[in-house]
Design a protein around this ligand. Structure first.
Ligand code: RBV
Length: 425
């Protein structure tokens, strides 16, 4: 591997000289993550993670830095890598390394380096794993099964990862308990909708600066992430078109005022396309064949398989990087198609990921799940476990209080009324 990087005992990052800039970004995130700061204080005092070795594989952003440093303050030893080759914020990685965190991450790495970093972090022989997309858990299961002797459990941050881990558990292939952080209400109902909605549009705008008002904005997949993108694009004055395979999701899109059509039809009319499906080959050659000149195509799903760029490469007569994170492909008939962030998640590759305020809740769930696994992970079976409802309400309660909103409480009479079936009209 070429070595134009900063390396040292327990780290490899782009350039340690960026540390000061990264520290300021982390300070900024801390000021917007009150739930995390609250938990950090409580568990630093309790040393709830003492004796734990946590290997993490999750986007190296300013928000993740807040999570990492909170875990360390609570007593854990940490070793970290990024979970996407394009999502690492180099200045944040530098700040973490400068402060003594073991971290292997830099922006723009290739696949070989990606797995090299995971292998390096696993040298700490974790007791807990923390994943976003399950690449770390897969590496443990497929390449380093001997590590399972000391692993108590793990967590998973995102929909795609949870989906795969459930499939693994159904096959009896999952060998240790995993908590599905994604499935917490304070995660998917906020991070996936409002986080993805805002940060994906942020990525599109930073990469293109295009006017969204009046554009046909095609959202592939009207799940939590897709509906968040649709909501925000609609708010910017775009005409939202959703494509779906699931009737209930399609119906929701229609009743939210969007048009639903097949991708084969949407491809002809769309100006901006975003995939949010978790499925491969959602936009491929036959769609590029009919797209309008100037069409912008990007993805916000976890993996970069939703847009089939190989087929576009094969059809295009030329390609150039016209601006940062924006590749222009020219077709034989002169039409130009623009791919953002090489089809990788546009919100993290072309912008900064979800805003700190929303990651505050996602990472509070990560943090509390680590604490739970340290305390009771040995008693959990090797399957995918949900976040307890009390944890959701606890996190939402703290968040709401820090935002200065009032919350009513039920009276004793009202609580009794709730379960009363003796009286009707
Ligand atoms: N995500 N993290 C950030 N700012 O650190 N932004 C987005 C951040 C996570 C999000 O929780 C989602 O589930 C996952 O990235 C997709 O890989």
């Amino acid at each position: 591997m070429s070595d134009n990087y900063s390396t040292g005992d327990g780290f490899k990052v782009r350039d340690l000289a960026m540390a000061e800039k990264g520290r300021m970004k982390i300070d900024w995130a801390e000021s917007r993550m009150p739930v995390m700061m609250n938990l950090r204080k409580e568990h630093t005092a309790k040393q709830s993670l003492k004796g734990m070795r946590i290997t993490g594989c999750l986007h190296v952003t300013k928000e993740t830095a807040v999570l990492i440093e909170a875990l360390a303050d609570a007593g854990a030893e940490i070793s970290w890598s990024g979970c996407n080759p394009l999502s690492t914020q180099d200045e944040v990685a530098a700040a973490l390394a400068a402060a003594g965190t073991s971290i292997y991450a830099w922006h723009g790495m290739d696949t070989e380096a990606f797995y090299w970093c995971i292998d390096k972090t696993l040298e700490q022989k974790p007791t807990l794993t923390l994943d976003d997309g399950a690449d770390l858990i897969f590496s443990v299961h497929n390449k380093h099964p001997e590590l399972m002797d000391t692993i108590i459990g793990g967590t998973e941050e995102t929909t795609t990862g949870v989906h795969r881990l459930r499939a693994m558990a159904d096959d009896g292939a999952l060998k240790y308990p995993v908590i599905a952080v994604n499935d917490a209400e304070t995660k998917w109902d906020f991070d996936n909708v409002f986080g993805t909605g805002q940060s994906s549009l942020d990525g599109i705008l930073r990469a293109t600066s295009v006017l969204l008002a009046g554009k046909n904005f095609v959202v592939a997949g009207y799940g939590h992430c897709g509906s968040g993108c649709a909501l925000r694009a609609d708010g910017m004055g775009a005409n939202v078109i959703a494509t779906e395979v699931k009737p209930t999701a399609a119906l929701k899109a229609v009743l939210n005022g969007h048009t639903v059509m097949k991708m084969d039809d949407a491809a002809r009319v769309g100006d901006v396309f975003i995939t949010a499906t978790g499925m491969k080959d959602v936009i491929l050659g036959r769609h590029f064949e009919v797209m309008k000149d100037g069409a912008i195509v990007c993805n916000t799903g976890h993996y970069d398989c939703e847009i089939n760029i190989e087929e576009l490469e094969a059809m295009a007569v030329s390609k150039r990087t016209i601006r940062e994170n924006c590749e222009e492909y020219t077709m034989s008939d002169g039409r130009r198609i623009y791919i953002l962030a090489q089809g990788r998640l546009v919100n993290l590759a072309a912008a900064e990921g979800h805003p700190s305020e929303v990651m505050d809740m996602s990472f509070a769930n990560q943090f509390l799940s680590m604490v739970r696994l340290a305390a009771e992970g040995r008693d959990l079976d090797a399957s995918v476990h949900d976040i307890p409802e009390e944890q959701d309400q606890h996190i939402a309660g703290i968040k709401l209080a820090t935002m200065d909103h009032g919350l009513d409480e039920l009276t004793t009479e009202q609580i009794e009324y709730l379960d009363d079936y003796s009286a009707g009209t």
